[in-house]
Design a protein around this ligand. Structure first.
Ligand code: BTN
Length: 315
């Protein structure tokens, strides 16, 4: 938000947010922003049009479910300065990459309420309706490219810990980095990077979590927190806890330790799996994940295969 109009909109939003669910009168907003009540009404209409959940009441305006909002000012420092929030983008992956190329710092985060071209692994479509938590982290790990896989494993572990802490849910992890609840997909991760010379210039880790959306309409094998908990939950709480957990976790990242912990939570090892890669399909029993994060499967002729990338389905 850079121009004058957007500054006014942000001031209005902050006023409504601070009111924590109470109604704020048009007069009060007009005084605080120095614009007419008609101009207030126009800004509010534009905000509503873009999807911000504002209700008009006889005595003013109220923000619905403020605890769920993901605007930067809803977060504490240091995350507040690093969050970029959009109502709609094609995909947070591309927005994050553009920001990274412009120099966005380590642990910046792009959040979108809605993605028109959300993408999943193997370039599949990722359905990203409103109510879900769709974001991409920008990381600048001081590592060569072959070591960055560990950040995805760390992210899936952190997310599963946060879901346990906040909702007492026991999720399992599916190779490589999906989160499952009752065998259905709750969250998926996708990472992409750009390199300079032998080193990673930046890594973007995209995370999609089905929170207050109803994914089963389009993906029968997916589930959301709302579906399981039978109520809407705060995406901001999930985001806040996750960012803090992840920041701590990657401070002194230890690959064997993370893979060991991941293995304790996975439902992939021991399952019969089908793994789709760009050029073929592997089938067999998943027997291990090695220290590089690769999946080892044993086919029906007892031959072991090592798979470094793909989409895995449990039989
Ligand atoms: C998968 O399971 O196939 C990975 C899904 C990753 C989805 C997230 S949502 C936020 C970010 N933006 C995208 O377009 N994709 C990732």
């Amino acid at each position: 938000m850079v121009n004058q109009t957007n500054t006014k909109k942000e001031t209005i939003l902050k006023l409504l947010y601070k009111a924590s669910g109470d109604t704020v009168s048009g007069v009060r907003i007009s005084e605080a922003t120095g614009i007419s009540r008609v101009a207030v009404w126009k800004h509010i209409s534009a905000l509503k049009q873009s999807g911000v959940p504002i209700e008009s009441r006889p005595n003013g305006y109220v923000l619905s479910r403020p605890e769920d909002l993901l605007f930067p000012f809803c977060f504490e420092k240091p995350f507040r300065e690093r969050i970029h929030h959009f109502q709609e983008v094609n995909t947070t992956m591309d927005t994050a990459k553009a920001l990274a190329r412009e120099g966005a710092p380590h642990l910046s985060c792009v959040i979108a309420e809605h993605q028109t071209k959300g993408r999943g692994r193997l370039n599949r479509e990722w359905v990203s309706a409103e109510g879900g938590l769709w974001f991409t982290l920008i990381l600048r790990p001081p590592e060569p490219p072959h070591l960055v896989y560990i950040y995805n494993f760390a992210a899936s572990l952190c997310l599963s810990k946060v879901l346990k802490q906040l909702f007492d849910l026991k999720v399992s992890v599916k190779w490589p980095n999906d989160l499952l609840l009752g065998g259905k997909k709750l969250a998926g991760m996708l990472s992409e990077m750009e390199t300079r010379g032998d080193m990673v210039q930046f890594l973007v880790v995209g995370i999609g979590i089905n929170v207050n959306n109803d994914p089963a309409h389009k993906e029968f094998n997916a589930v959301s927190l709302k579906n399981v908990l039978k109520k809407k939950v705060s995406r901001k709480h999930i985001m806040t806890q996750f960012l803090s957990e992840f920041q701590n976790r990657i401070q002194d990242i230890n690959c064997p330790d993370i893979i060991d912990q991941w293995k304790k939570q996975t439902s992939t090892i021991g399952s019969r799996v089908r793994v789709e890669t760009f050029d073929r399909i592997h089938e067999g029993k998943a027997v291990d994940v090695d220290e590089t994060g690769a999946l080892i499967i044993e086919d029906d002729r007892q031959q072991q295969q090592k798979i470094i990338y793909g989409d895995c389905f449990h039989a």
